[in-house]
Design a protein around this ligand. Structure first.
Ligand code: PCA
Length: 327
């Protein structure tokens, strides 16, 4: 049960399912997110929540529960879908087993620059919106992570150097990639990365400079190879019924704050790329430009994976790829 902000609200208040409190004064939305507070995505969402509160004069408050503290990351999508919480954030490609289109941004070497990532998002957006709509959700905004690089305990010159290594993964596509490399994949959520390395469950990972810095990667790896493999995104979605329950003015305020958050988030991500790569180097990690041989090997695997993804993603996948390539 919630604590009301004041007695008036308590008298007029009603709890409308877990995670949403409504009163004469306004509503409070509980928002689960998967990543720790210092993550730039979480910082951006905090700014979004502030903006919504200001624009609505406190009529809609969004209370962030970061780092999987309210719902574990893999449960967030269904928590929003089922109305247990009105709003939430998740890693888009985590849902790719249900919705292959959500995994387009994690296909190795399909979109490897911010510009391409933006075009891919524009191509995905109509299909993503439709799929979410059918599931009773509305997308609010999506922000990319910086390009994904390779963290290891030794120099990696060819794909063969990755054989047999215990590899931290975060979605089905990365798991497949690791398997194709001959590495041994294990799924680990971001808050658990340091411990997974410390206990030897994993020895290498592919992730952004941001997540490398947030997890203090210098404590457990020595090399960062800047392979710019893909730019995966997070998405913030809202439950359709909860959204419709807002008055028109509040809805418009949420949409305006969401548009601002998307633009701001992409800029933050660009800035992070350079700044956080520098922080890795400052803390003693050897930042490496990948060899042509390594990149050829990785890209060959990526090409075969894209082929099988196209089969799984069917006509929707073809439409997204076509729209992406047309841009
Ligand atoms: N950090 C998140 C997703 C992609 C990224 O850069 C992670 O490592 O799980």
């Amino acid at each position: 049960m919630k604590l009301y902000k004041n007695a008036t609200a308590a008298l007029a208040g009603a709890v409308v399912g877990l995670g949403m409190t409504v009163s004469a004064i306004g509503a409070t939305w509980d928002m689960p997110t998967p990543y720790p507070d210092k993550t730039f995505h979480t910082v951006n969402i905090a700014a979004f929540a502030d903006e919504v509160a200001k624009a609505t004069n406190g009529k809609l408050e969004i209370k962030i529960h970061s780092a999987g503290s309210l719902f574990k990351h893999p449960e967030i999508k269904n928590a929003v879908r089922g109305g247990q919480v009105p709003i939430g954030e998740f890693f888009m490609s985590l849902t790719e087993n249900d919705w292959p289109i959500f995994g387009a941004d994690s296909q190795p070497f399909l979109a490897t620059t911010f510009d391409e990532a933006q075009k891919l998002w524009e191509a995905q957006k109509p299909v993503v919106t439709e799929l979410l709509d059918k599931a009773g959700m509305v997308p609010l905004f999506s922000v990319t992570w910086p390009p994904q690089g390779l963290y290891t305990k030794k120099a990696i010159n060819t794909v063969d150097d990755l054989k047999g290594i215990k590899f931290r993964t975060y979605n089905a596509t990365l798991e497949l990639f690791a398997n194709k490399l001959g590495a041994a994949p294990t799924q680990v959520e971001v808050p658990d990365i340091p411990q997974a390395f410390a206990t030897g469950r994993v020895e290498a990972m592919i992730t952004s400079p941001s997540t490398g810095v947030n997890s203090k990667a210098w404590d457990f790896v020595t090399h960062y190879t800047d392979i710019k493999a893909w730019l995966p995104k997070n998405i913030v979605v809202v439950n359709k019924r909860a959204f419709r329950a807002l008055d028109e003015e509040t809805r418009q305020a949420v949409l305006a704050a969401a548009a601002a958050a998307e633009a701001r988030g992409w800029e933050m991500s660009k800035k992070e790329t350079e700044e956080q790569t520098k922080v890795l180097a400052e803390n003693g990690i050897v930042v490496v430009t990948p060899s042509a041989e390594l990149m050829d090997g990785l890209k060959a695997i990526g090409a075969s994976m894209l082929e099988s993804w196209q089969k799984t993603a069917g006509s929707e996948g073809a439409a997204v790829l076509q729209a992406f390539q047309a841009k």
